[in-house]
Design a protein around this ligand. Structure first.
Ligand code: PHE
Length: 457
């Protein structure tokens, strides 16, 4: 083991050198991580529901005061500590308990990946079914179609495909895998998104959808909207589970982390905005109810595509878009435990990617079978296994991970400003947010999501 390995750096076997992103590769990979299913099926819906452009403004404010400071903190810890999501904390302070807190985010990432692969698998299946036209045969009850698909074993097959693909990309390394694939997938994603945006905005009655999405209605904003916006800013930037920290550990010293933070935040926002312009005009033009998540993507939209000329093609493109969004996020999630295993057990990248993928697949099978499958009726404590995994990770572990990063940067690690390249006003503002504002807000979001704070309407 050389010194780099000892500190927790990912070392490329072939070249014997530490693994690094190029500057543009890093920005694209981080945008790939942040742009995911959250942008495509959650953001448009919550915006429409909470007052359109008014909510959009609120979301931008949350991104600026909570999202971006934590994003910068995560990347700074990664680059300063030059290790995985646990080792970096330890490397910077020499304190074991910080390493242990970091370990929790690795567990979070592993758990998220186990069920994220299930949903990603659905998007793969729907891409194939749509391009081949099979989805649009035999009746137009897309709700039953989804339920019958989810209750079978195909989801497990597609989940395995996702794990295989993600593991394969990670086995190819930071520049040969993560960076290379993001460089192909993200521009491809933007092209498809723009094609779909033109298609949806030119549908008859598109204006109604645009107005639902964007017409500012400040009367709909309330405390609840603020917490929803906050929670989403957090999830959307992939914070609180070591992703951005791990990516940060592969960034060159000369890269400006402040500029990267702005680019990633802006990219995330733009993609979410265009997603709204794709989804609502399409749904409204065909007189359908806009829903959230599964209902929107797998039930309402297929019904719209089935009535559109060349709908199989546009539907195929739409699901391909979801599949790419899910894959580039999955890559960043699985890299967290893969990087950890490489350091902890001195495994090669290949071995780590293969073993972690297999393990994660096995852990995810019960989630895959619990959305209507053989475990569909198993609801311990009132939630299916899938919902439990989602609840524990998104509502408990991720906010906790975010809090650890915030407190670590604000209080424990004195040299964060130097590493982040911030001085004077910007440093003071960043510290004020990390020390005071962000921790308070995270605790509020947490208490709200677990139901301790409630707002009555
Ligand atoms: N940011 C992704 C999205 O918007 C989800 C994600 C969360 C990805 C956490 C990685 C880590 O869908």
């Amino acid at each position: 083991m050389n010194n780099d390995q000892a500190s927790g750096q990912a070392v490329s076997k072939k070249k014997g050198s530490v693994e690094r992103f190029t500057s543009s590769g890093f920005i694209l990979a981080a945008i790939g991580s942040s742009v995911g299913l959250g942008n495509m099926w959650k953001f448009p819906y919550i915006t429409g529901k909470h007052g359109g452009a008014a909510f959009f403004l609120l979301f931008i404010i949350c991104l600026i005061i909570v999202g971006l400071p934590i994003l910068l903190a995560e990347m700074t810890i990664g680059r300063g500590g030059r290790g995985n999501a646990s080792a970096s904390f330890f490397n910077l302070t020499g304190k074991k308990y910080w390493g242990a807190f970091g370990l929790l985010s690795i567990l979070t990432a592993f758990m998220i990946m186990s069920y994220y692969a299930v949903v990603a698998g659905w998007t793969f299946h729907y891409t194939v079914e749509s391009f081949t036209g099979l989805l649009f045969q035999e009746g137009s009850d897309y709700k039953s179609k989804f339920i019958s698909f989810a209750s079978g074993y195909w989801p497990i097959f597609w989940q395995a495909v996702v794990m295989l693909l993600t593991g394969w990309i990670l086995a190819k390394g930071v520049s040969g895998g993560i960076e290379k694939f993001n460089k192909i997938l993200i521009p491809g994603f933007l092209i498809i998104l723009l094609i779909l945006m033109v298609r949806s905005l030119t549908l008859p009655g598109a204006a109604e959808g645009v107005s639902f999405f964007l017409k500012p209605d400040f009367a709909k904003l309330d405390a609840e909207s603020a917490l929803v916006a906050l929670g989403h800013a957090f999830f959307s930037l992939s914070l609180g589970m070591g992703c951005m920290l791990t990516y940060g550990s592969y960034v060159e010293k000369r890269q400006s982390l402040g500029a990267a933070t702005l680019a990633i935040g802006f990219g995330d926002l733009v993609y979410a905005f265009i997603a709204g312009l794709v989804i609502f005009p399409t749904v409204f033009s065909y007189g359908l109810e806009p829903g959230e998540g599964v209902g929107l993507a797998f039930m309402a939209l297929p019904a719209a595509f089935s009535q559109m000329p060349f709908g199989f093609f546009f539907g195929g493109l739409f699901f391909l878009l979801l599949a790419i969004a899910a894959l580039t996020s999955a890559i960043s999630i699985l890299e967290v435990p893969v990087a950890y295993a490489m350091h902890k057990w001195q495994w090669s990248r290949k071995k780590s990617a293969i073993l972690i993928s297999i393990l994660c697949f096995l852990v995810g099978v019960p989630s895959g079978l619990s959305v209507g499958g053989v475990l569909g009726d198993f609801h311990p404590g009132g939630k299916s296994i899938f919902d439990w995994m989602d609840f524990i990770t998104s509502y408990v572990l991720m906010p906790f991970g975010g809090l650890v990063v915030t407190l670590f940067t604000g209080y424990a690690w004195k040299k964060a400003g130097e590493e982040a390249g911030l001085k004077g006003f910007w440093y003071k503002a960043w510290m004020f947010l990390l020390r005071v504002v962000v921790p308070i807000l995270i605790v509020c979001v947490f208490l709200h999501s677990v139901g301790i704070i409630k707002f009555s309407k």
